[in-house]
Design a protein around this ligand. Structure first.
Ligand code: CDP
Ligand code: MG
Length: 698
């Protein structure tokens, strides 16, 4: 292996680290930050080094690589930990972990005493958890000034900004050895970027000298389509007319054995064509790339705090991202980057930098962590963020937490909230589990939570991709949720598998992803262990499908879901099969077509449902829906009436509180929220009246 640029700076880096509690290291992608820094620090005698990665795939592949370089077994001196998978041991000295896992560790051990070095790697990705960790590290270095070193590393990050954030800490820039990359722009945006990628790749393959091609696409579906088209075309090329080619997909949901494949050297006289998501932009480096094709797009999940709605949008990348992509072509020799967009568009329309995730995510989970850390004087609305989220999205998080009893009306964390924070789940599912334990249906709730947490699609047709459909899974005889909805169907499917002794063949026969189902089983086991710890005693876990007196209609489970999804309730509009959400901004939504929830004999959908997710695709749909009973919703309705979001932030000072109480009207800036409350109040009132009227009619 040629020596990596960073290795030449070992002395300088270590000296700086020894003299300073926080150091920022900036270096080109591929310069060796992720794989080498930890090893240098280990050589220097530090005893345990944590390296965070925003992406699970990166944590796993980098750990594997470092274990190889040190010639040790993965999971011993070098290990990794990602959600639901821990491959470390007491002997582990370099631990790669996702930023989410480190955040979670800081709950159990706020000082993170186990580590004497913490590296926040890939900070330029600006993931939500890394941003929060940066805020926490700022406190931690003061607390542990004598025995903790923090390194923030990044390929492109604005070093001065981070340095300022950490009291003007030093910034080390590792000069990268980048060869010139020729940038070729398209005249126009192609009408079909997939076809355009295909054509460009084939042109390069048939005309240009050797060197691998890296293509940046937006997501798994498009990657699979392009891979299959490329395979067909390459096969159709006349033998001997050009060199051979192998095509690799590269994205986050690829099975691990396929992920590592791209890192092994290609056969001689063979060109590799790698079709990747933005994962190959900075977190993974594949050597040998000389040609880059940049579609100019990325798929980004955005959360809209005013509607509680997620959208997965294909958006234009930022200039920083475009330059990162181009840089991948010049690592080993001069390269070429084909930008499938005009230069004018790049100049005038591309954002300079990517919007940090903290400004486009739901913050309920993060706010719950921060609240449960018991930091003194913490006013969530004023937490020290590198780039603060909007107050609207913080308020949205506080409201949700209040509705599910995680914080009280003054914003203080409750005992329920503390328990919830221990579960590595979204707040809605943690809340459901805790409630289910009181209702004697924890067995079922664990299954539902595990099924929903599996990252891979389990059911055939769940991902609406044409390729999937073409594979023609035999239409399976799977349960249908008994008319109650998707959560119940997921439960029933797992119960069936359980009755079939977790048989792999059964999964295959029914078109279920074997890997996904095995993962669910493992996740379920882990969740049940955490729940046991939280409940401080054995859980009321029974064998699946036994003994619940309310089993016929899954009443208790649905009741627990109704509590957990208190902020995700929807009411059917009169005489319609459309729904209106009951959170602050009433949204008109539909049940997603993939749902198994069905209309009754009269063609009507249930009056009240909870949903796992609101998605705009592009119309607003509720995904994973479960029917609930109006009577279970009254507690939430009452809470919605009394909610005061300013008290919830938990940092309000008493003078303000007093003046607010004595004022008949809220100050100007509060008017909007107050209006929203009133609006929802009137809806709640109307709902109650309808309910009472119906009851009187019975
Ligand atoms: O973090 P940074 O982008 O600075 O670089 P790195 O991930 O430490 O990668 C340094 C070198 O190790 C690159 O040349 C990669 O190709 C190589 N590497 C690899 O071959 N296999 C991996 N799983 C990770 C890195
Ligand atoms: Mg890296």
């Amino acid at each position: 292996m040629a020596t990596l640029p960073i290795v030449q700076y070992e002395e300088k880096i270590l000296e700086t680290v020894e003299a300073n509690p926080v150091v920022v290291v900036i270096g080109e992608t591929g310069s060796g930050k992720s794989t080498q820094l930890s090893q240098m620090l280990l050589r220097r005698g530090f005893s345990k080094i944590a390296v965070t990665q925003p992406r699970r795939v990166a944590a796993v592949t980098v750990a594997r690589r470092v274990a190889q370089e040190l010639d040790v077994r993965l999971g011993e001196e070098v290990g990794y930990a990602i959600r639901f998978e821990d491959r470390t041991s007491p002997t582990t000295r370099i631990k790669y972990l996702t930023d989410g896992v480190l955040l979670r560790e800081s709950l159990a051990n706020p000082e993170l005493n186990e580590y004497d070095v913490i590296i926040l790697d890939e900070a330029h990705e600006r993931s939500l958890n890394t941003d929060i960790l940066m805020g926490l590290m700022k406190r931690l270095v003061k607390l542990r000034s004598s025995n903790l070193k923090v390194l923030i590393t990044s390929a492109t990050l604005d070093g001065d900004k981070v340095s300022k954030f950490f009291a003007d800490c030093p910034v080390l820039s590792i000069p990268g050895k980048l060869y010139p990359v020729e940038i070729l722009y398209s005249k126009e945006r192609p009408p079909n970027y997939l076809e355009s990628c295909l054509k460009t790749a084939l042109d390069i393959h048939t005309r240009e000298p050797e060197g691998d091609i890296l293509i940046f696409m937006t997501g798994q579906d498009d990657i699979e389509k392009l891979v299959s088209k490329l395979e067909d075309k390459v096969r159709a090329l006349e033998e001997g007319s050009c060199m051979d080619a192998i095509i690799f997909p590269l994205h986050g949901s690829l099975p691990p054995e396929l992920q590592v494949r791209v890192f092994s050297p290609p056969p001689p006289n063979c060109r590799r064509i790698i079709v990747a998501t933005n994962i190959a932009e900075t977190s993974l480096t594949v050597d040998g790339v000389v040609y880059v094709i940049d579609s100019g797009y990325v798929k980004q999940r955005q959360y809209n705090p005013s509607s509680g709605m997620y959208s997965l949008d294909v958006v234009q990348i930022s200039k920083v991202q475009a330059n990162q992509r181009a840089g991948r072509a010049g690592r080993t020799r001069p390269g070429k980057c084909y930008r499938l967009y005009p230069s004018r568009l790049f100049q005038d329309e591309f954002l300079d930098v990517t919007v940090p995730e903290i400004q486009r995510s739901s913050l309920a989970g993060s706010v719950l962590y921060l609240k449960s850390l018991d930091l003194p004087d913490i006013d969530i609305l004023k937490f020290d963020f590198l780039d603060p989220p909007s107050s609207e999205s913080l308020q949205d998080a506080l409201k949700q937490l209040y509705l599910i009893d995680a914080i009280d009306e003054n914003g203080a964390i409750t005992s329920i909230g503390r328990k919830m924070a221990e579960l590595p789940l979204e707040p809605s599912l943690s809340r459901t589990l805790i409630e289910a334990n009181n209702y004697g249906c924890i067995t079922e709730a664990l299954t539902v939570a595990a099924m929903l947490s599996a990252e891979t699609a389990l059911l055939p047709g769940q991902r609406q991709s044409k390729i999937e459909k073409k594979r023609k899974h035999p239409m399976p005889n799977l349960p249908d949720g008994s008319g109650l909805g998707d959560h119940i169907q997921l439960l029933q499917i797992y119960e069936c598998w359980d009755r079939n002794d977790y048989d792999i063949g059964w999964c295959k026969d029914n078109g279920l992803q074997v890997r996904g189902m095995l993962f669910v089983r493992d996740v379920r086991k882990q969740l049940s262990q955490i729940m046991q710890k939280i409940a401080k005693g054995p859980l009321d876990i029974r064998a699946h499908g036994n003994g619940d007196e309310f089993r016929r209609d899954y009443r208790n489970l649905r009741k627990a879901l109704c509590v957990g999804y208190a902020n995700q309730l929807a009411e059917r509009k009169m005489h319609h099969n459309g729904y209106r959400t009951l959170n602050f901004q009433a949204q008109v939504v539909q049940v997603h077509p993939s749902s198994v929830l069905t209309a009754d004999d009269l063609g009507k959908f249930p009056d009240y449902v909870v949903y796992h997710e609101l998605v705009a695709t592009p119309k607003p749909f509720m995904r994973n829906v479960c029917s609930v009973d109006m009577r279970w919703t009254t507690t939430v309705m009452n809470k919605l009436k009394t909610l005061d979001v300013y008290k919830l932030s938990g940092g309000i000072n008493h003078a303000e509180e007093e003046s607010e109480r004595s004022l008949p009207d809220l100050p100007k800036k509060d008017v909007q929220v107050a209006g929203a409350v009133n609006d929802s109040e009137s809806r709640i009132q109307a709902a109650r009246e309808r309910f009472l009227a119906r009851k009187a009619n019975k």
